[in-house]
Design a protein around this ligand. Structure first.
Ligand code: C2G
Length: 708
């Protein structure tokens, strides 16, 4: 058997390391030496390394006291390797269990054999075994290293040592190019295996813990130019190497540099270095490029910076127009107009755009802020965003359809935005716009950066959330507990408005019989009946498509009607993500479906008991100090596999957790007893979560942001 040394540099990858190392120690090929280089990690990586090295004597671990970079770490790994072959692996990636075996079986007398790389965004993307492979041979060395990477290649140690192959140590990025270029010069054919994949993870939190290539784009450009200049000069007389490096440069120019240059100030920073590099590229090569690039290169070589800046602007403009025309999408045209026209028009200093729950209804804190301003005759123009316009709302607000031309016009020109959820990523914000984010609930389920999902439904969720929330100027918080979580989980560092929720003012101001009865009449509910409100949340894993979730009612309404119908009616209120309709046929006069009703706060007021599950509605409802029952038939799944909670449901919630309709019915029949039993917990709960709400949140918030 021939021994393989697997070299893994590790820097702060505690989330991924166990999966990586399991995939290594369980390889079907056993003659391994696993060299782990802890490159100055500050997280729990060392603990995981120790745990594995105590279990498996094939593991050698090296600890660097400070972060030296991946190039240095790999060089250390090679210097310690005693195997016949070396294999580089990254500590956030992992292998199919027969990868090494397949490479060893096929390398023959070659000095290197390569597999392919596969991007892993969800767990379903990876397979535990490589099954179908095809061995290929080629002389086109340039193509072999097109991906600029040494991952998933089995390389003879003698070849490395005889040719002194090394990684650069003075750059963070592209440290493998030195190794690659030297290897290329010494090899004349190469073999590769189609279908033998290396699982390269797409990291979904580039904000808190980015992969190397998700970091600072300025640094990536700086390092690339430095490595390119150096290698082009030293090894450019090899035709293959020159060709390879020039191709790499032109690709890098098109993909990274042009993109970076859309940000202001970047051209000035890089122009001189870039023109030095451009001068090294073989003329014939850049002359094959499109007209834009040819003209840009001409100016770069002549050092004409001002003209170059203009040309790049034109390049971006032409690119955008081309993509808009190609897409034939109305939305893309509007976005283009939003950016290049509306955002540049004069700002309407006294116009406010409101949106609640993505345009689905007229509700929540934006509604109460709007009505307060209206009732106090404040001198503003109001715009409301709805999915369907023509709503019957007070005042003479302009109603615009979400994603229409008018929507983009008002968002691009209005000074104020008020919304209770995220606005789309493509809505860049102008510097003098003021964005009030009201948010929509005290968190129970873990939020964004507190969610530890290694594989997410949307791999860019955290990144996008971060970009969208950087635009918030103010964030409303209902209690200290939420402020603490919002700061951490949203990484929010601007002004937190700590006055309670505008949407809950009504629970203090209008909690009287007259108002409640008038609401009941309006809603068609008999005044002499008490009301049970059932308002559950949605489940991440039960959906038709993003934003459209399934919900199967687990309450037996017929049984409830039979046992409780004399005294109660039930108001059903599904979460706004739920697409399923609730069937209430045969239950007329007992079950009322208010899922499409605008404002849940009014439903809180008319109800005598709330039934919910893991929805934030109970934090708001507790302001009324009325009884709450928790219908948590899927607690374990929800808590342990879907989300994870901030509070301990078993101990901290102000009511019992029940699993069946029978338990719910029996709790309702003895509701006074339940109230007594939970009195102390309810008081504590109220103190922690409701104390800021006192009926004046809207007034305070409006005074903080808007002037008369
Ligand atoms: N809501 C509603 N009807 C329901 C459930 C919720 O009208 N059946 C409204 C309430 O205003 C609630 C808000 O939607 O406070 C948020 O609902 P949650 O069930 O808590 O779920 P989610 O939309 O995921 O928001 O910090 C809060 C979290 O982000 C939760």
């Amino acid at each position: 058997m021939r021994k393989v040394s697997i070299i893994i540099p590790i820097f702060n990858t505690e989330e991924f390391l166990t999966e990586c190392l399991n995939s290594v120690v369980n390889q079907t090929y056993k003659d391994l030496e696993v060299i782990l280089i802890n490159d100055g990690s500050t997280d729990r990586s060392q603990e995981i390394i120790d745990e594995f090295s105590n279990r498996d004597s094939r593991i050698i671990s090296i600890h660097l006291s400070e972060n030296k970079g991946v190039g240095y770490s790999r060089n250390v790994g090679v210097s310690k390797a005693t195997g016949d072959y070396v294999y580089f692996l990254d500590s956030d990636d992992y292998l199919a269990l027969n990868t090494i075996q397949i490479l060893v079986e096929n390398i023959g007398n070659h000095v290197m054999i390569s597999g392919q790389q596969k991007r892993i965004k969800t767990k379903e993307d990876s397979k535990s075994l490589v099954r179908e492979i095809e061995l290929k041979e080629s002389k086109e060395m340039k193509r072999q290293f097109k991906n600029c990477s040494l991952l998933n290649r089995l390389i003879s140690i003698d070849f490395i040592k005889d040719n002194h192959l090394k990684f650069s140590e003075d750059v963070s990025y592209y440290s493998e190019l030195l190794f690659i270029v030297n290897a290329m010069i010494k090899m004349d054919t190469y073999i590769y295996i189609k279908g033998c994949y290396y699982n390269k993870r797409w990291r979904n939190d580039p904000i808190s813990n980015p992969a190397l290539m998700q970091q600072d784009s300025d640094r990536i450009v700086t390092d690339f130019l430095e490595v390119f200049n150096d290698l082009r000069e030293k090894y450019g007389n090899s035709e293959d190497v020159a060709h390879y490096l020039d191709r790499l440069f032109l690709n890098f120019y098109r993909r990274n540099i042009i993109k970076l240059f859309s940000q202001s100030g970047k051209i000035n920073k890089f122009f001189r270095r870039l023109s030095t590099s451009a001068a090294k590229v073989n003329k014939e090569k850049w002359k094959e490029q499109n007209l834009h690039i040819r003209r840009e290169f001409n100016l770069l070589l002549k050092g004409k910076q001002k003209q170059y800046v203009k040309l790049i602007r034109l390049h971006h403009f032409a690119k955008n127009i081309k993509s808009v025309i190609k897409s034939r999408s109305k939305r893309k045209i509007y976005v283009q107009l939003y950016r290049s026209l509306f955002m540049k028009m004069s700002l309407k200093e006294r116009t406010i755009v409101f949106e609640s729950f993505l345009g689905k209804n007229y509700s929540d804190s934006p509604k109460y802020i709007y009505e307060y301003m209206l009732n106090n005759n404040m001198n503003y123009k109001y715009v409301w965003v709805f999915n369907e316009t023509g709503k019957n709302i007070p005042g003479n607000a302009k109603q615009v359809k979400r994603f229409s031309l008018a929507y983009y016009y008002y968002l691009g020109t209005s000074k104020y935005w008020v919304s209770n959820s995220r606005l789309p990523l493509h809505l860049n914000k102008r510097p003098d716009n003021v964005y009030l984010q009201t948010w929509h609930g005290t968190p129970l389920k873990k939020l964004v950066f507190d969610m530890n999902d290694i594989y997410s439904a949307n791999p860019n969720y955290k990144k996008h959330f971060y970009q969208q929330s950087r635009r918030w100027d103010y964030l409303i918080s209902p209690n200290q507990y939420s402020s603490d979580i919002f700061r951490r989980a949203f990484k929010f560092d601007k002004t937190m408005l700590e006055y309670g929720y505008p949407r809950n003012d009504i629970l203090y101001k209008n909690n009287n019989e007259e108002f409640i009865n008038s609401l009941k009449v309006r809603l068609g509910i008999p005044i002499d009946k008490k009301v049970i409100l059932y308002a559950p949340t949605w489940r991440d894993d039960e959906f038709y498509e993003p934003g459209k979730y399934k919900f199967k009612l687990k309450l037996d309404l017929n049984k409830m009607k039979e046992q409780l119908g004399d005294e109660y009616v039930i108001a059903l209120r599904m979460h706004y993500f739920i697409a399923d309709d609730i069937d209430t046929s045969g239950l007329e006069g007992f079950a009322y479906n208010f899922s499409k009703y605008d404002d849940i706060a009014e439903l809180y007021l008319i109800s005598d008991i709330l039934i919910t599950d893991y929805s934030s509605v109970f934090f708001d409802y507790a302001n009324l100090k009325r009884p709450i029952l928790f219908f948590t038939y899927d607690l374990e799944k929800y808590r342990d596999t879907l989300r994870g909670f901030y509070i301990d449901m078993e101990n901290d919630i102000p009511g019992p957790m029940l699993k069946t309709t029978e338990e719910i019915i029996s709790a309702i029949k003895k509701i006074e007893l339940v109230e007594n039993e939970y009195k102390r917990k309810y008081d504590d709960f109220y103190k922690k979560f409701c104390e800021w709400d006192n009926g004046k949140a809207t007034e305070n918030i409006v005074a903080h942001i808007f002037n008369k």
